[in-house]
Structures are given as structure tokens and as C-alpha cells.
Design a binder for this molecule. Structure first.
Ligand code: ATP
Ligand code: MG
Length: 392
């Protein structure tokens, strides 16, 4: 039996005139995700993309699994290809859906007839096919209101398709259709989740990470690269920038009051991230901050951080509890990497008694003492970029 994959658009189906550019972007991403599995034809009609395998033995299970991580998709179905006759549709439905229908108690049939020349109208297809299925599976009852299984018969130009299971897509908008932003990626739980959330809204994400060797180890940096690699399954190939932050932190320690370390560090990170973002063509920054989570994430601290920012700072985790962030981290499979115990540059220089409600004037005065302008430029110049690619 020949199978195909049907991919239904999410929210982008509503996008009026821009719809075609969204669709093109999505199509490119689908092709990129599946290219290593074999040859497919991609065709699009009525807010659905038809993915037709061109070779035997292509693992459709794997294809579907990859497609569940592509933003812009509402649902994904594997369907059986039928001749455009009721006889063939019925015979294939009985065969193809046997396991599903054997274990279900109730069902209904829905038909869609894009080819209006097909001799039966949709309600007739439902009645005929429904009747045949009841005969083939005598234990089945029809329930049009709340069926366990909905059998779909979709009549198109060249073929008809029959399917029952529908998987949820990743939702959101296709990557890149909302521009590009720079994610401040630590080794923690929150920032990968923040990157995922913005990518879901169609933002193409690049990542920047600050290291302080020898206070932070090579292993800690590798952990962050590993996080980045995991994120590529949703975010596509990513540029990963690694910033040498040791000199700045040593200067901070030498010259600035300890209670302000974290906020000054955060401000300096923002300054550097913005420079790199400009080069990367990114128009905003993303962080994993959540209000009140730690001393540097109070409202007053964020006011002090934002004072050095001239691009928008997106903080999609801002209103989430840790448990909610963790649930998403588990879903996108970054949690187990994030909890590996390697020191971050922030933890190494954490003050014993951080200022929880800093005022901007004090922070600015403290930063003056450090005279950081040249060190910031040195850190920017020493930043290395690497492309992290999808594992397939
Ligand atoms: P996370 O779990 O993302 O590390 P956190 O709760 O540990 O967050 P902080 O350590 O205060 O919070 O960091 C707040 C945000 O600052 C992070 O979400 C991240 O966006 C950014 N950040 C912190 N440390 C680094 C770093 N070494 N490199 C890049 N970004 C960082
Ligand atoms: Mg952290």
C-alpha cells in the first residue's frame, strides 16, 4: 500500500496576501528536514502540503517525527493512497485502518471532495464508506458527535487519500518569517526554552554564550554547544557565538562593589550581545529571565539592564513559573543537558549579598569605576562564531 504524508498549515493559513511567502518558507524547511531520508515530491493545495515519497523503504515514522518539530504546522497525517473509486477507497480503508478500527468502539467518516467531478457527493461518500466499514468491523458503532476514530476520505485531483490518525504539529509560524534575534544562551534550563518560544513565533535564532576560562571549563562550553545542537531540531541550523568574558569579570571584581556584580555583568553582556547581534543582522535580544526568579531578575534589576539596551529584549519566560519552564524544557529535550553540573560564568562570580532593588544611578556610578569600554571592544573582537547544524 502506498502512503503519503499530509501536512496542514497552522495559523499561517490566515495570512492573506503574505500566505505564499510563508508557504514557500515552510516548504523549504520541510525539504531540508527530510532530504537525508530519500526523495519526496512536495505539492501544495488548499492549506495542505502533500509529501509524496518517491522511493520504497523511506522510514515514514522518522519523517513524521521530524515534521512534528517544524513550526508553522497544525497537524500531520499519514495517509493511504487510493484510486479514485469508492471500491478502492473502501478496500484500502478496511486494510489500512484495520489495527485502528479493530480496537475502537465508535467511529465516523468525514469526506472532503476537492475534485467536484467525483460522482458521489461528500455525504454520500460518508454514508457508503461508513456502511462498508460497519460491515467489515461489526463491533463498530457510528457516533457522529464524539467518535473515538474519525476516518477521513479526501478526494483530490489525481488520487484519493484515506487516513485516521492525526498528530499535533509544532504550531507557530515558519522559522525566519518574523526576522532574526540573538539568544543569550547560558547552560541553564530557562534560556533554551526562551529560544524555543521565540523560534515558535517565526523568529530565526542565533545564540551567544559568555565564557570565563579558567574559571569556567571547556566542558561547560561544550554543554552549551550540546544545548544548541538539541535546539536545532526546532530552530534549524544556528550560529553560535562564544564570547571571552574573563577580563571583564576580573576587572569587575577588582574595581566594582561586589553587591552589583550580577547586574553589571548582565549589562555588559547586553552591550556585547547587541554588537554581535548587529553584525548578525539580528534585531532583538532574547533572554531566559523570569520575574522574581533570582536577584538579577527583579523589576528594578531589569530596568537597570534594559537601560543599556537599544534593541528590544524579549523575555518569553517572564511570566512562567519554574515548573512550567521545566515542562517545556522536558518537551524539547533540553532539560537533561541543562541539569548537567558545570559551572557558569555567573555562578563563579555570584556576590554573597546581591543588591535586590538597585537604582539606576548607583549602577551607572559603579560601572563607571570599571572603565569597561575598551574591554568590551576586546571581548567583541575575540568572539568566535561556529555554525551548529541539525543532526540530520
Ligand atoms: P538560565 O536557566 O537560562 O541560565 P537562570 O535562571 O540561571 O537562567 P541567570 O543565570 O540569572 O538565570 O541568567 C539570566 C539570563 O541571562 C539567562 O536566561 C540567559 O539568557 C542570560 N545568561 C546568563 N548567563 C549567561 C552566559 N554565560 N552566556 C549567555 N547568556 C547568559
Ligand atoms: Mg543561569
Amino acid at each position: 500500500m502506498k502512503e503519503i504524508i499530509l501536512v496542514k498549515f497552522g495559523e499561517m493559513a490566515l495570512k492573506g496576501l503574505n500566505k505564499h511567502s510563508f508557504e514557500r518558507t515552510l516548504m523549504q524547511q520541510l525539504k531540508q528536514r527530510l532530504s537525508s531520508l530519500g526523495a519526496f515530491i512536495f505539492a501544495s493545495a488548499q492549506s495542505t502540503i502533500y509529501i509524496i515519497p518517491q522511493e520504497e523503504h523511506i522510514p515514514l515514522e522518522t519523517a513524521v517525527e521530524r515534521l512534528t518539530k517544524v513550526f508553522g504546522i497544525a497537524s500531520i497525517c499519514r495517509a493511504c493512497v487510493c484510486e479514485k473509486s469508492l471500491d478502492d477507497i473502501t478496500a484500502k480503508a478496511v486494510d489500512y485502518l484495520r489495527d485502528t478500527l479493530d480496537t475502537a468502539a465508535t467511529f465516523k467518516v468525514e469526506a472532503k471532495r476537492a475534485d467536484k467531478s467525483f460522482p458521489l457527493k461528500s455525504p454520500e461518500i460518508c454514508r457508503e464508506l461508513g456502511g462498508e466499514l460497519c460491515e467489515a468491523f461489526p463491533h463498530l458503532r457510528v457516533d457522529v458527535h464524539d467518535p473515538e476514530v474519525t476516518v477521513m476520505a479526501d478526494i483530490r485531483d489525481t488520487h484519493a487519500y484515506v487516513y485516521a490518525d492525526k498528530l499535533h504539529g509544532a504550531g507557530g509560524l515558519p522559522l525566519g518569517t518574523s526576522g532574526k534575534a540573538m539568544l543569550l544562551l547560558s547552560g541553564g534550563i530557562d534560556s533554551p526554552v526562551a529560544g524555543y518560544m521565540m523560534a515558535k513565533r517565526g523568529i530565526s535564532v542565533s545564540a551567544i554564550h559568555f565564557v570565563s576560562p579558567p574559571y569556567t571549563s571547556e566542558r561547560a562550553r561544550l554543554k552549551v554547544e550540546q544545548l544548541c545542537e538539541k535546539m536545532t531540531e526546532y530552530c534549524g541550523n544556528m550560529h553560535f557565538y562564544c564570547v571571552p568574558f574573563t577580563e571583564i569579570q576580573e576587572q569587575l571584581k577588582r574595581r566594582c562593589p561586589e553587591e552589583y556584580f550580577t547586574i553589571l555583568m548582565r549589562r555588559l553582556m547586553m552591550c556585547i550581545a547587541q554588537e554581535i547581534a548587529k553584525r548578525e543582522g539580528a534585531a532583538a535580544l532574547i533572554t531566559g529571565e523570569s520575574v522574581g526568579q533570582v536577584a538579577s531578575q527583579t523589576l528594578q534589576a531589569m530596568v537597570c539592564t534594559d537601560a543599556v539596551c537599544h534593541m528590544p529584549v524579549f523575555r518569553p519566560c517572564i511570566g512562567l513559573d519554574k515548573t512550567e519552564i521545566i515542562a517545556t524544557a522536558r518537551k524539547i529535550d533540553t532539560f537533561d543537558i541543562s541539569i548537567q553540573p558545570y559551572e557558569d560564568c555567573c555562578t563563579v562570580f555570584t556576590p554573597r549579598h546581591p543588591k535586590i532593588r538597585p537604582r539606576l544611578a548607583e549602577i551607572e556610578a559603579a560601572q563607571e569605576k570599571g572603565d569597561f569600554a575598551e574591554l568590551v571592544q576586546r571581548a567583541v573582537a575575540g568572539t568566535e562564531c561556529k555554525e551548529i547544524c541539525m543532526p540530520y
